[in-house]
Structure formats: C-alpha cells, structure tokens
Write a protein that binds this ligand. Structure first.
Ligand code: TYD
Length: 130
C-alpha cells in the first residue's frame, strides 16, 4: 500500500502520481471501474506481465491479493492511497460501496493473453517463479 502525495488547502485536496517516481513503472494504460452492482466481484485472475496501481478515487472496495500461499485483503477507501500489485499475483476486487470508483494504472497495454484465469496454471506460475 502506498501513500500518495497530498496537497491540501482551503480549496480542497489534490493528489498526484508520476510514473517511475511515485510508482515503479511507466503508465501504458488507465482504466476505471464504476457502477458495480452490490455483491459483484471484479478481477479473479493474475497477470503474467502487467503490474498495476489501484486507487479508490471514490467510495471503498476490497482487493484480495493471493501469492499462491497466502491471501491478504486490502481495503481501499481513501483517494490518497494506492495499492501496487506486481505481476504474477492473483487479485480479486469485491465489496464495492455504492458510487465507488476504482482507478487502475497499468504498466502494459491491454492484452487478453496476459490474463491467467485458470487456478492450476497460476499455481504452476508460482512454482516457476524465480
Ligand atoms: P476484465 O479484465 O474482465 O475486467 P475485470 O478483470 O476488472 O473484472 O475486462 C472487462 C472487459 O473489458 C473485457 O471485455 C475486456 C475489456 N477491457 C479492455 O478492452 N481493455 C482493458 O484495458 C481492460 C482492463 C478491459
């Protein structure tokens, strides 16, 4: 979990992310997840190469990170915190609050072949990790 820079004044707050400075990758893509119906889950996969930073710009949600041996849950509920998710980890997003908005900054362009949805393939990837 990374605390992002915060500029507070009487007009409100501003936070900023610069590639390779605040986060350890170049930003190739940004996408955002919104209007998630109650009880829905997103993700539920790993990436072979893609790394991400996930920020709750509004509302809150949980991100489950699974490295193959343990699962940790991170609650994102502040727009000045970002969760850095390196490649090779299984991640799932759930418990989205009403009107939550998740910003995801990604290190690669979208590539459907980068996704690992199969749990046994993921465990194989974990075993082959250097
Ligand atoms: P998906 O990756 O399944 O979402 P999540 O992992 O958050 O549940 O993406 C949903 C759809 O959006 C799917 O049809 C692929 C498309 N998509 C893109 O076209 N570009 C992107 O960068 C992303 C993340 C998804």
């Amino acid at each position: 979990m990374m605390e992002l820079s915060k500029h507070l004044d009487a007009r409100g707050n501003l936070s900023v992310i610069e590639e390779l400075k605040d986060i350890p990758f170049e930003i190739k893509r940004a996408y955002w997840i919104y209007d998630v119906p109650g009880g829905e889950q997103r993700g539920g996969h790993a990436y072979r190469r893609n790394a991400e930073l996930i920020v709750a710009l509004s509302g809150s949600f949980d991100v489950l990170i699974d490295n193959g041996t343990e699962v940790k849950t991170f609650q994102l509920n502040r727009s000045y915190f970002g969760l850095y998710v390196p490649c090779g980890l299984w991640r799932q997003m759930q418990n989205f609050s009403t009107n939550s908005l998740a910003l995801v900054l990604a290190s690669t362009e979208y590539d459907a072949d980068d996704y690992v949805y199969d749990r046994s393939e993921f465990m194989q990837m974990v075993r082959n990790r250097p």
